[in-house]
Write a protein of this length. Sequence first.
Length: 57
Amino acid sequence: MFGLFKKNPLDKLQKEHADLLARAHKMSTVDRTKSDALVAEAAKVEARIVELQNQAS
């Protein structure tokens, strides 16, 4: 019953990943270094997503 209100960590990570990539795209026209840092952070989040998906399978 109480599990009904728990958030899926996979959904949270996917949203965070999409947000990081969107911010990196916007930043790419202003500051390439910050854009690259955001893409690197998104890659780390993507690795955690893949790890969670592998554990669920």
